[in-house]
Write a protein that binds this ligand. Structure first.
Ligand code: 13P
Length: 160
């Protein structure tokens, strides 16, 4: 059986102006809003995207420009995941609720899996988000490694 794990990596440079996804489950939305209000000026220097309800509240209540995708239970987590796979997202701030099972838990798991796979910095609560937002790399290009998708596809097609 083939090794189910990509071994080769390539370099990816995250741009100085980051594309940041902001997401919160209902039980965590107030916490995310509070956090985003504290970091408002920092966040305003980057391109923000969010799942529908979260993005709407960030725009309305804090005045941040946030591109709103589909609401999470309707596919928004998957849309964010697709951006990760396309290398079109640089940071994920996702306050998921450890106390509330979601009807779309498989989508949440899929999003977190893609973030881990593609080496995306992720914050899951206010403290980890503070660390990300205060990182010197937030406003600078950042070099990192990601799986080599071409080598992965080539090795799998040569086995078939
Ligand atoms: O459910 C979510 C993430 O899994 C968030 O979606 P909303 O921002 O639309 O509430």
């Amino acid at each position: 059986m083939s090794d189910p794990r990509p071994h080769r990596t390539v370099q990816r440079t995250l741009p100085a102006r980051k594309r940041i996804a902001l997401i919160a489950h209902d039980g965590k939305k107030d916490e995310l809003l509070e956090w985003a209000a504290r970091w408002r000026d920092t966040l305003a220097d980057h391109d923000l995207v969010g799942t529908g309800t979260t993005a709407g509240r960030l725009s309305r209540e804090i005045g941040l420009a946030v591109e709103g995708l589909m609401s999470g239970p309707l596919g928004g987590d998957q849309q964010i995941g697709a951006r990760i796979a396309d290398q079109a997202l640089d940071l994920l701030i996702f306050f998921w609720d450890p106390f509330a099972p979601q009807p779309h838990d498989p989508d949440v798991k899929a999003l977190l899996r893609l973030a881990a796979l593609w080496n995306i910095p992720v914050a899951c609560n206010a403290a980890s988000a503070d660390f990300l937002a205060s990182s010197p790399w937030l406003g600078q290009p950042y070099e990192m490694t990601i799986p080599d998708a071409k080598a992965w596809a080539a090795s799998r097609s040569s086995q078939g």
